[in-house]
Design a protein around this ligand. Structure first.
Ligand code: ZN
Length: 414
């Protein structure tokens, strides 16, 4: 699967229709959510997707707002609500929220874009969207030829820019399906494997010993963001100037996000081009962000996006694999002898208690990640010339390694 995002430039009438679709989807979401809530609170009855689908079909005949929206786009709203409820019930995620009057961004999705409801036309630089029309689009990257367009999500950023996110699915011929190995073992030797340590000083350190400095896009824009934020909060509620200030702030936030996305696209492109196997630590980034005073720096690092980009880029190329390995003790384990070293989070360089070698911490953990990645696909470390043991990572004598410590960050200042 791969997702491509393109900027859209709707003309005024198209923009009007797109805004109306956003608004209609928001109302539908709120109505459907209220309906589920009421049925549960008053009758203790749960509501199925099919039930609401049936109501929607009936409502479309009498509701002019809904008639303006492509039918499957409306169905997708109910589908998403159903999914939100399921994950609330099964995984105790957040209860689905009502969408507020003051939401400036938003999106709607064509769930079966391949049926002709969405048609990209690269030659004429336009994207056909059912019920909206032929919208001018900039296709800055070529579309995949050997995959089918699955879904199209039209996004309005809070800064007012429009984007289309096209998701393509690779076509796997049916006869090839059973030949895909379950364990994802690699038969030939991997020519150029790479392990990657994620950090905050260097955003990545590779097992080849290369460190890429943290780009700090958010940190660099912070002064300007703070100024715009305080200018916004000084403006009177509901005033025109407040709307303008909010727009300026949203534009600045969008800029930071775009810089980070560009950076991660380029970095992941290079990693995937130069290496056949790439190992990352499988960090629970959302947990780290929730618990830590370094949340901003962690979010600014954009590790999750980098891994996602690398994964889908590798998936579309033959013989390229990205794996995620267990992150426990990657910082402490010595790459040469396997001894576990207790050290403070500030330590960048240390003497191994097992073999006495001097180790650069980030470089050492990148090599541990590489070792585990190779073991995961059934290969040994090339330099060691012997198979890697696939036992679970050793248990240290004292203390638990925190996920943040594994990421190579410093402890919070209290
Ligand atoms: Zn050692």
């Amino acid at each position: 699967m791969r997702a491509l995002r393109f900027r859209l430039y709707p003309n005024p009438e198209q923009q009007e229709r797109m805004l109306a679709a956003l608004e209609a989807c928001k109302h539908l979401w709120n109505d459907a959510l209220a309906h589920r809530k009421r049925r549960w609170e008053e009758e203790r009855r749960s509501t199925s997707y099919n039930h609401q689908q049936w109501i929607l079909t009936a409502a479309r005949n009498s509701d002019p707002e809904l008639q303006q929206v492509y039918s499957q786009v409306a169905q997708d709203v109910l589908h998403r609500l159903d999914k939100a409820f399921r994950s609330f019930l099964q995984y105790h995620s957040r209860y689905p929220k009502f969408k507020g009057r003051r939401e400036y961004g938003g999106s709607f999705t064509y769930p079966q874009a391949y049926n002709g409801s969405v048609r990209p036309d690269v030659r004429r630089n336009r994207l056909y969207l059912s019920k909206i029309g032929n919208v001018r689009a900039v296709f800055h990257r070529s579309l995949p030829k050997d995959s089918t367009l699955k879904t199209c999500t039209v996004v309005r950023e809070p800064c007012g820019e429009w984007y289309a996110s096209l998701v393509y699915e690779d076509v796997v011929p049916l006869r090839d399906v059973k030949e895909v190995p379950v364990s994802r073992k690699v038969s030939q030797a991997v020519a150029s494997p790479l392990g990657i340590d994620l950090g905050l000083k260097a955003v990545i350190t590779t097992s080849d010993g290369i460190g890429v400095p943290h780009p700090k896009f958010l940190r660099k824009a912070e002064t300007r963001l703070k100024r715009l934020q305080s200018s916004l909060s000084r403006k009177r509620k509901g005033s025109k100037n407040r709307a303008k200030a909010r727009h300026r702030l949203a534009v600045q936030h969008a800029k930071v996000a775009r810089q980070r996305r560009d950076f991660n696209h380029k970095l992941s492109e290079r990693l995937v081009r130069e290496h056949d196997l790439i190992g990352f630590e499988d960090l629970r980034i959302s947990n780290m962000v929730r618990n830590h005073s370094l949340a901003k720096s962690i979010q600014d690092a954009g590790w999750g996006q980098l891994m996602k980009f690398a994964e889908y880029k590798a998936a579309s190329k033959k013989g390229k694999i990205v794996v995620r390995v267990k992150p426990a003790y990657t910082t402490q384990e010595c790459y040469f002898c396997g001894a576990l070293n207790q050290m403070s989070l500030e330590t960048r360089k240390f003497l191994c208690v097992g073999c006495g070698r001097t180790l650069q911490r980030d470089h050492n953990s990148a090599r541990i990640v590489l070792k585990r990645a190779l073991a995961q696909v059934g290969q040994g470390m090339p330099e060691l010339n012997k198979p890697v043991e696939t036992r679970p990572p050793p248990v240290p004598t004292t203390g638990r390694a925190s996920p943040v410590a594994e990421a190579g960050t410093r402890s919070p200042v209290r």
